[in-house]
Design a binder for this molecule. Structure first.
Ligand code: SF4
Length: 173
């Protein structure tokens, strides 16, 4: 399983802006079919772009940066590679990392899809929903448009509904 590959557009090993809660190792997943008009990372859409990393090599690289106790999956969208990201996420949770994922899918869609649900269950914080230009707002933390939410995944699963993490919302509209 650790030999599974993930298609990656790039990584930022120590980042203070991409994930709520602290310093994160950010993985930009390569491949996205949401095609949100105005997307900031169109170069991550092509499923043949970027490069392949073995899960085990990503793990080795992540552990080189002990300041990053959060790992963030952004993109692209990791939920288009749910099986290999699940293998990585499972190992990271065993090592006590906090996992943050950005997705163009909403929580309610992810929870209904077998493979995506399995990955979702490993995630701690989900920033969900497509980027919608009509709801674009530069004042939001971690989100580009007002439809997107910052969710506590464990509580959302427990309560079977999306539970937002108010502490990360600086400007609620
Ligand atoms: S989900 Fe994200 S990466 Fe994909 S098209 Fe929308 S904004 Fe771009």
């Amino acid at each position: 399983m650790l030999n599974e590959t993930i298609r990656v557009a790039g990584v930022i090993p120590e980042c203070v802006v991409n994930a709520p809660g602290g310093i994160s190792y950010v993985i930009f997943a390569q491949g996205c079919k949401h095609n949100c008009p105005g997307c900031h990372n169109p170069e991550t859409h092509d499923f043949n772009g970027g490069r392949e990393w073995k899960v085990k090599d990503l793990l080795i690289d992540i552990e080189k940066y002990p300041l990053s106790n959060i790992v963030a999956f952004t993109g692209g969208d990791a939920f288009f590679q749910p099986n290999s990201f699940y293998e990585l996420a499972k190992k990271l949770k065993e090592k006590q990392y906090t996992l943050v994922a950005y997705s163009g899918f909403y929580f309610e869609e992810l929870i209904k899809d077998g493979a995506r649900k399995k990955l979702l269950y490993e995630i701690d914080i989900l920033i969900d929903g497509p980027f919608l230009q009509k709801q674009k707002d530069r004042n939001l933390n971690y989100r580009g448009s007002r439809n997107q939410r910052i969710l506590d995944v464990k509580k959302s699963i427990e309560e079977n509904q999306a539970v937002i993490m108010k502490k990360y919302y600086e400007s609620m509209k």
